[in-house]
Design a protein around this ligand. Structure first.
Ligand SMILES: [Fe+2]
Ligand SMILES: [Fe+2]
Length: 196
């Protein structure tokens, strides 16, 4: 039967069987399978900033790439770091100063549990902690949380800041040069070949 992971929207031609409203439950044994399409559509509906701006989807894509790469080498939770990439800046309302966007993002991530993903208690806590405190400059001993923060900090080159090794794990620090080059939009080809 597989692990219950939440609900997803009906696909064309599907009928509701034991579902909840227009949503049907989905199950899988693969912890990386969740309703990614539904989640991204939900996030996009509520996003008030420029989708292609400094805190939008291009940034999230680079954060996702770095986070998965670091999390794989550290044995961290891959689903948590991917969800972090998509959610951590989703509740920003200002490109420049918005000190509460981490708090709002954490609450938002909690509200989506059971709709697009079904995390364990531990994983949900890692996700909400990582989102809530991602812009405070802290270092975490939790490999999953630090993989999230490494990945976000590795993309500082998009606003002209070179990531500093003292805020990163050693796995994160080893990626600074590539990440900086990619953030500054000079390494498309290398980035593409790395992520495919
Ligand atoms: Fe942020
Ligand atoms: Fe970010």
């Amino acid at each position: 039967m597989g692990k219950f992971l939440g609900y997803r929207a009906l696909r064309p031609g599907e009928t509701i069987f034991g579902g909840k409203g227009s949503l049907i439950p989905f199950r899988t044994n693969d912890p990386m399978v969740y309703d990614r399409v539904g989640l991204l559509a939900e996030i996009r509906r509520g996003f008030t900033l420029d989708w292609a701006g400094h805190h939008g989807a291009n940034h999230w894509g680079r954060v996702r790439h770095h986070a998965l790469s670091i999390a794989k080498s550290r044995g961290a939770n891959l689903l948590v770091v991917e969800l972090f990439a998509f959610l951590h800046d989703s509740q920003r309302r200002d490109e420049w100063r918005d000190p509460k966007h981490g708090d709002r993002g954490a609450e938002y991530a909690r509200s989506l549990q059971g709709r697009f993903y079904e995390l364990s208690t531990k994983a949900l806590s890692q996700l909400t902690q990582a989102i809530r405190h991602h812009s405070g400059g802290e270092i975490s001993t939790d490999a999953t949380i630090q993989s999230c923060w490494d990945a976000d900090r590795l993309d500082l080159g998009r606003v002209g800041i070179k990531p500093a090794a003292e805020y990163l794990s050693s796995e994160g620090a080893s990626r600074i040069d590539f990440a900086y080059c990619w953030s500054k939009r000079k390494c498309y080809r290398e980035a593409h070949s790395l992520s495919h």
